[in-house]
Design a protein around this ligand. Sequence first.
Ligand SMILES: NC(=O)c1ccc[n+]([C@@H]2O[C@H](COP(=O)([O-])OP(=O)(O)OC[C@H]3O[C@@H](n4cnc5c(N)ncnc54)[C@H](OP(=O)(O)O)[C@@H]3O)[C@@H](O)[C@H]2O)c1
Length: 340
Amino acid sequence: MKSQMNAVRVHELGSPATLRYEETATPQPADDEVRVRIHAAGVNPAECGFREGISIDVPLIPEFITQYSKYLLARFGPLSLDFPWIPGWDVAGIIDEVGTDVSEFVPGDEVYGMTPFPGDGGAYAEAVTVPPAQLRPKPVSLSFEEAAGVPMAGGTAWRSLQMTGLESDQRVLVHAAAGGVGHFAVQFAKQRGAHVIGTASGSNEAYLRDLGVDEFVNYREERFEEVIEPVDVVIDLIGGDTFDRSLDVLKRGGVIDNFPLDASRKQKRAAEKRNIRVIQADSGDPAWLEDITELIDDGTVTPTLDTVFPLADARAAQELSEDGHARGKIILKMREGVGN
Ligand SMILES: NC(=O)c1ccc[n+]([C@@H]2O[C@H](COP(=O)([O-])OP(=O)(O)OC[C@H]3O[C@@H](n4cnc5c(N)ncnc54)[C@H](OP(=O)(O)O)[C@@H]3O)[C@@H](O)[C@H]2O)c1
């Protein structure tokens, strides 16, 4: 690979306008790392949160502190970002160099996975170096773009269902069911045999029914707590008022996964009083990628792509993510016509 590569970098915290497409040095793998020639990268709300102001190197900028940055701060504490910083964790590509201590992969292997989170990011680029434990062979049935949409959102949904302990005879309510995490949660919950209720706007009803939801609630027209029967599990990807109202539909002994991590002490006490467990799933160790790969390659689970942008248009990709209405995943593609 050439000594220079294209990447998208953040030089200062702020809006998507701070993202710059430019040349930088191609990273060299350490002895215990591999280098992935990235074909596609996933876009997640996390990148926007980091770009907005989660850092100890510079003062936080109040106008850019959104709910998601608060979530990241609450979960990980202030992080140290070295500027210029390359955002992104989800990668799919081909290994082109391996460190001397690496035995898991050889150059030419097609892989997907996540650079360590919160760690250094690095996925919005033509290449990244990463410990091999973060990667698994790419599902053979997926293109690189599709594969890049899986790790962070799919892993979060997978861990959520593991941690809630959802079982086949149970009912689960998935809020934001058509989004990046939600559309995986719906498919994993169906695979577990659960009865799945999904919320989204009307334009996503046919999509979600096709994906397998047993009941659909249009959140713009109905209040879910008035139209559904009690559930055992809630995957709450919205938070705030949606958390409070979800307690009204949860059975005693139920569990709610509060993704935005915004539940106050008062809200948690209200849950406790009703004997409802509040958890926060994280994507953790990417060993679950093996289970997800199997479900993808046997046709049980399929990632949905909303839009694929060229790497140079990362700004537009993050603006779309921040708009909060993507169906499935937003992807950055590094090069045309390679490997897909
Ligand atoms: N991506 C990850 O890996 C990850 C990991 C941990 C935590 N989180 C957090 O989890 C949340 C969801 O992440 P994501 O990546 O799935 O987001 P996303 O892909 O941006 O979610 C977009 C979806 O949200 C739906 N939506 C928006 N407002 C809604 C409402 N009031 N009720 C129901 N659906 C609504 C939209 O459906 P309509 O267009 O039909 O409105 C759209 O399909 C975020 O708070 C994120 O910060 C994400």
